[in-house]
Design a protein around this ligand. Structure first.
Ligand SMILES: *Cc1c(COP(=O)(O)O)cnc(C)c1O
Length: 231
């Protein structure tokens, strides 16, 4: 019998092009549900807290081909752990953090992949670069040569109409194209991490290459984050 999670994954896959990477966001989702998604073919998983991810990753060590994506706000003092636990960091939101990650990545045998989190419209609730700040920091970001800067990540502010949300995604794509045209030696802009459960179709229309989906795959998250329920 196919599980509900597997059915939802199939439905989403039918709605997005095969080239768009589906990242299953598993914050507050149990290890058993993660295994179900894995069984349905998902190999990219997103978490927003280091400690919660560590707890689950320890129980999923047999699934050796998972790619883990960090999508939450990253504090400087957790940067080292983030690099140890995640192959991708989507939420790189300041020059200071970029330089810290770059320094920590120096001895590694591989270059961590990152997206720069940007706000094309102002949003006091969210972290991330404003467009002028990001453009001003590109020369220093280009010096972070131990990182693979792969593209941009964005989260539209709450309360926008569909047309406004689409416009946020389209502006983010245009910003990525503009940066790409500047031909930085160590900044690539081929990825756009945008789209969550409520807006991923708009994001894909606007050119997303990675969507980050939680509720539409796993159902509503419980209000409380109780580790015992994550077994
Ligand atoms: C929680 C979260 C998601 C997934 O959100 P859903 O609405 O459950 O799909 C995606 N991106 C980020 C950064 C998140 O924190």
């Amino acid at each position: 019998m196919t599980s509900l999670i597997a059915e939802r994954i199939t439905r989403v896959r039918q709605q997005i092009p095969a080239a768009v990477k589906l990242i299953a966001v598993t914050k507050q989702v149990s290890v058993a549900a993660i295994r179900e998604a894995y069984g349905a073919g998902v190999r990219d998983f997103g978490e927003s807290r280091i400690q919660e991810a560590e707890f689950k990753q320890a129980q999923l060590q047999d699934l050796t081909d998972i790619t883990w994506h960090f999508i939450g706000r990253l504090q400087s003092n957790k940067a080292k752990k983030a690099l140890e636990q995640f192959q991708w960091i989507h939420s790189l939101d300041s020059l200071k953090l970029a330089q810290r990650l770059n320094q920590l990545a120096q001895p590694l045998a591989y270059k961590p992949q990152v997206c720069l989190q940007v706000k094309v419209v102002s949003d006091p609730q969210k972290s991330g670069w404003t467009v002028p700040e990001l453009l001003a920091h590109l020369p220093e970001l280009n010096q972070c040569q131990n990182l693979q800067i792969q593209g941009l990540m964005t989260i539209p502010p709450l309360g926008l109409s569909e047309a406004e949300i689409f416009s946020v995604f389209a502006s983010t794509r245009e910003l990525a194209a503009k940066i790409q045209q500047q031909n930085w030696s160590h900044i690539q802009m081929q990825h756009l991490s945008m789209g969550m459960s409520d807006d991923y179709k708009l994001a894909v229309q606007a050119g997303a290459t990675m969507v980050r989906l939680g509720r539409t795959l796993f159902g509503l998250r419980p209000a409380l984050n109780n580790q015992a329920s994550l077994q």
